[in-house]
Ligand binder design. Sequence first.
Ligand code: AMP
Length: 305
Amino acid sequence: MSVLVVGSVAYDGIETPSGKVDRTLGGSATYISLASSYLTDAVRLVATVGKDFAQEDIDLFKRHGINLDGFKVDENERTFFWRGRYHEDLNTRDTLETQLNVIEKFDPVVPDSLKGSRYVCLGNLDPVIQKKVLDQMTTPQLSICDTMNFWIEGMNKELKETISKIDCLIINDSEARELTGENNLIEAADKIREMGPSILIIKKGEHGAMLFSDDGFFTAPALPLTEIKDPTGAGDSFLGGFAGWLSKTDDLSHANLRRAVIYGSVMASFCVEDFGPMRFDQLSPYKISERYDEFRKIAEIPSSS
Ligand code: AMP
């Protein structure tokens, strides 16, 4: 099956306690599509960049077999740029600079040849644009959406309109609380699922992720990693791994959703091991399945006797 990804393709400047990079490839759609490309063949990237976008970064997408029919270079603009600094605990960060550039006028048109894509990933973007993309799709099997506090606070009504149309929402715990005004995450999950999406994933950073669906609840562990260089894009990589596995298997049973949550966690755990998306240029199916097994091992509960 095919995965269509829409979101930002950017250059990022990142400072973490482990180091600093002034300019590296980034953006929500970059992480989603690279992570997804390890699990499924047909990844399609819909995004716009500026004239400063490097050929080597286009080549990286091509090397991963990512379809670029919906990828545009605007010769009159520059690429979206974001700069952030992480605190010592790596859970919080300050945005130091955002240059919207080409993203300011981003109005994605899904080429006819991609409108039938079955799995649709709406990366973190203006919720009105997310809905516009969804409206262009003909027969999606599953639409998966990410968002952030910025949209919850600034475009709440529009975001709720988009959430009412999607099948699966992936957000973190603080966003779930902010979106619903509920402190208890189980109550927050009920409220979010009443807004529309039948599948909800709440990510809890270094504490794993929770899955809520009509068929039950699942909680995924987080790998006890000692070396986290850069958390940028971990959430997007989770989304990419989750969608990639579902697209590969085309099975929305609860058991398979659980596997997809673990593949999401696997891709997020790789992402944080290096700056930017660079870890995604050195992975292999073997390393991915090895790490999947590590997740299985740490979550095994022995029987009581
Ligand atoms: P995450 O760490 O999952 O929040 O994703 C980080 C990526 O989001 C970075 O690579 C940024 O380029 C991108 N980003 C930051 N702010 C925005 C924004 N307002 N809209 C779209 N993408 C953004």
